[in-house]
Design a protein around this ligand. Structure first.
Ligand code: PBG
Length: 326
């Protein structure tokens, strides 16, 4: 027989919806989310990404409609990636800083129509590179400091469109400081940097590379993206990005790296972002489509886990679906 006077009964705080809501520690809201979107050249194009059911690549005209719909649902932040045709790719990613290229024109248009939206862009060479790498390739090697000069031009061209946050996703050493310097010298002191601080060489990016047709043409990204086995190294990256002037630190992917999110949260006073990447989206979608998982429930649980781990911000392909729930 249980003794009634000294038994702790944690179940009392779970006894009803009202009590459970009262003691709930973590909540995900649409304000926490950034919605990644894939942009195509041309007009009237909306093409689903084969490996990401429910996620589309849009031409600028239809992307404007998509942004409008999302804004009505309460999503105010977007991260926009260009899908570039092969004929426009080259060794030095020249199109990345051509102001007449469709990506930069689209960014300008989006900021013009939705000045209150928070627009983030990607700084890395891979979508524009004929080598499919984030940096400049010479003799099979990725050159660090030479890449910075190209990233600098790309960042300035993006900043000039009026965007709000730059997302250097390339993992070159010193790029946050380099970009901060270039931005400040050119009067873009108000453009923020969300650094891909702990970006791992992960198998979870494949659907994204399908969406942009940006897979590396040779080798892998292990000489610049981090080894999934490493934890302490994330602290070095966080320290450097902080010294170099980052406004936000990001961990990517998220789900297999919840410990890294917590590590950075506990060791930094900057806001921490988690990138719930393409493969993490696709595996849940695939299982839900097969009827093996309750997709909506697992989506919510997944986003919650990232916030509970310490993420202040989540970049997620689930953003619109989450915001549409009622
Ligand atoms: C490339 C970049 C990648 C992602 C964002 N920026 C892919 C890569 O590093 O190969 C992945 C995002 C995702 O998988 O959702 N600089």
């Amino acid at each position: 027989m249980l003794q009634s006077f000294n038994i702790r009964r944690p179940r009392r705080n779970r006894k009803s919806e009202a009590v459970r809501a009262m003691v709930e520690e973590t909540r995900v809201t649409t304000d926490d989310l950034i919605f990644p979107l894939f942009l195509l050249d041309g007009k009237n194009q909306k093409i689903e990404v084969g490996s990401m059911p429910g996620i589309f690549r849009f031409s600028t005209d239809l992307m404007l409609k998509e942004v409008e719909e999302c804004m009505k649902l309460g999503i105010r932040a977007f991260d926009i990636f260009p899908a570039v045709e092969d004929q426009y790719k080259d060794k030095t990613a020249t199109k990345s800083y051509d102001p007449n290229f469709f990506y930069l024109r689209a960014l300008r248009e989006i900021k013009k129509q939705f000045p209150e939206a928070c627009i983030m862009t990607d700084v890395a060479m891979d979508p524009y590179s004929s080598d499919g790498h984030d940096g400049l390739v010479k003799d099979g090697k990725i050159l660090n400091d030479e890449t910075l000069e190209i990233l600098g031009k790309m960042a300035l061209a993006q900043a000039d469109t009026g965007i709000d946050i730059l997302g250097p996703s390339d993992m070159m050493d010193g790029r946050v400081g380099y970009l901060r310097d270039v931005l400040d010298k050119n009067g873009f002191t108000q453009v923020s940097i969300m650094s891909y601080t702990a970006k791992y060489a992960s198998g979870f990016y494949n659907p994204f590379r399908d969406a942009l047709d940006s897979a590396p043409k040779f080798g892998d990204k292990k000489t610049y993206q981090m080894n999934p086995a490493n934890r302490t190294e994330a602290l070095i990256e966080a320290e450097l990005d902080t010294q170099e002037g980052a406004d936000f630190l990001m961990v990517k992917p998220a789900l297999s790296y919840l410990d890294i999110i917590r590590l950075l949260k506990d060791n930094s006073s900057l806001p921490i972002a988690a990138y719930n990447v393409s493969g993490e989206y696709s595996m849940i979608k695939a299982a839900a489509l097969k009827g093996w998982l309750d997709g909506e429930r697992v989506m919510k649980e997944t986003l919650l886990s990232m916030k509970r781990a310490g993420a202040d911000i989540i970049l997620t392909y689930f953003a619109k679906e989450f915001a549409s729930l009622k």
